[in-house]
Write a protein that binds this ligand. Structure first.
Ligand SMILES: Cc1cc2nc3c(=O)[nH]c(=O)nc-3n(C[C@H](O)[C@H](O)[C@H](O)COP(=O)(O)OP(=O)(O)OC[C@H]3O[C@@H](n4cnc5c(N)ncnc54)[C@H](O)[C@@H]3O)c2cc1C
Length: 396
């Protein structure tokens, strides 16, 4: 259990320093066990709660943007310990609090959620495809003062620690912007059944199927207005994707440092591996991609701090940083070669886990769709080459 003393400085910088200490001194060493146990225990949420991590993320509640610096630190430190844990923790840190802030039930359990005693998950994906949430078959029907939910969800993370799950459900007949609503469903309610997925990697995410067959919840667990679910989900996804971008950067940096450390010490003949051009250029490529990705992420975080970030901007950050992370992990694997492929160094775990960055929270293809839809003529629209291209494009 926690040995890091609760911080006395509950401000942003003090809490971030305490989070870094907790991970460095304790949680990094515990993370391999989370992978073996297929999930992050609730005690980890309680330890983060005790040092004020969730409270500092959401000072004064979660209706605004909150403190992004704290979110970035928690996500970064968790990703450096375990990518799977980062998926689990991210849903509590972002989706759960944003949902609680918009429902009556949330006011009753807010302090417990800040303390990590109540923990949240997010359930959207169904067999019809995570890329198209509007194909949702889970229904919530009115019943007396409350609701009855029925449906079958796939890939719900954080199922080892979670007490509640934010569920995306259909409350209208049509498929338009107003046909869906979010509910906070207690996971110990009658007629809730969880069946773990057998994941190939990132097992600490504790990802399971969620069956609901007539689960009754009170109206106080409805999130926002009836019919606001899709708009709220987009907000949750923007936050999740920005978090995934932060995690991608952390993992990419870890992989580059791992490869550098190995290539410095390993000698081929009399020459350190690092000085062989074929390896040096791999490292240089990854370092350049990280530098570009870091700049993009800084811009995205700045946008999120100052205004509402767009889905295309959050998607671009997630897409780029997770491609960079995947490439960095694969190049590190090439540099460490056999030693990387064994379980000895821990690199193989990262290499397997980070592949989820291009799938979870919306695939690369979904992000590209969002980015493509946002593309507009820019400030070079009157450049002669652009004008000529436009004119020739309009010719029959
Ligand atoms: C470890 C893990 C944890 C997860 N955690 C959660 C969670 O906590 N909550 C949750 O709700 N979900 C979760 N997911 C689900 C995840 O969000 C989905 O896997 C993801 O959104 C993709 O959905 P899908 O797997 O159903 O693939 P599909 O949507 O069926 O897509 C299959 C392929 O088709 C492509 N495709 C789809 N639409 C288009 C298009 N318009 N144009 C081009 N290509 C397209 C996709 O990019 C993909 O390559 C998790 C998944 C994993 C693996």
């Amino acid at each position: 259990m926690a040995t890091v003393a609760p911080t006395t400085d509950r401000g942003s910088a003090g809490v971030r320093a305490a989070v870094e200490r907790l991970y460095r001194d304790e949680l990094r060493a515990e993370a391999p066990q989370w992978e073996r146990d297929a999930g992050v225990p609730r005690s980890v949420f309680e330890r983060l709660g005790a040092i004020g991590a969730f409270e500092a993320r959401w000072p004064g509640g979660a209706l605004g943007q909150g403190d992004f610096d704290v979110a970035e630190t928690v996500v970064r430190e968790t990703a450096l310990a375990s990518v799977g844990a980062c998926i689990a923790l991210g849903t509590h840190l972002e989706a759960y609090f944003r949902a609680l802030a918009r429902c009556e039930y949330g006011r009753a359990v807010w302090d417990d959620a800040l303390a990590g005693r109540r923990v949240g998950a997010l359930s959207v994906t169904e067999a019809t495809g995570g890329s198209t949430p509007t194909t949702c078959h889970t229904v919530a029907d009115r019943s007396g003062d409350g609701w009855v939910l029925s449906g079958h969800k796939h890939y719900v993370s954080n199922m080892r620690a979670a007490t509640d799950c934010v569920v995306f459900a259909r409350t209208g007949d049509r498929t338009d912007l107003t046909s869906f609503t979010l509910f906070v469903v207690p996971l110990d309610a009658p007629h809730v059944r969880l069946t773990p997925h057998r994941m190939s990697a990132a097992r600490a995410s504790a990802t399971a199927m969620l069956d609901m067959s007539g689960v009754q919840v009170g109206d106080e667990r409805r999130v926002g207005r009836v019919g606001s679910g899709l708009m709220l989900l987009l907000e949750l996804l923007r936050a999740e994707r920005l978090g995934a971008a932060c995690a991608g950067l952390a993992v990419a940096e870890l992989c580059l440092e791992t490869a550098l450390a190995f290539a410095d010490r390993r000698r081929i003949g009399d020459v350190p591996l690092r000085l062989h051009q074929a390896i040096a250029h791999r490292l240089a490529n990854v370092a350049s991609e990280i530098a570009a990705g870091r700049a993009l992420l800084a811009e995205s975080l700045e946008a999120a701090r100052n205004r509402r970030i767009t889905s295309a901007e959050a998607g671009q950050a997630k897409l780029v940083l997770n491609r960079v992370a995947w490439h960095a992990a694969d190049e590190a694997m090439q540099v460490l070669a056999g030693r990387g492929f064994t379980e000895e160094t821990g690199l193989s775990q990262i290499w397997r886990d980070i592949r989820i960055g291009r799938i979870g929270g919306g695939t690369d293809e979904v992000q590209l769709e969002l980015i493509a839809q946002s593309l507009r003529p820019g400030e070079l629209a009157d450049h002669p080459v652009v004008v000529a291209a436009a004119e020739s494009g309009g010719m029959a």
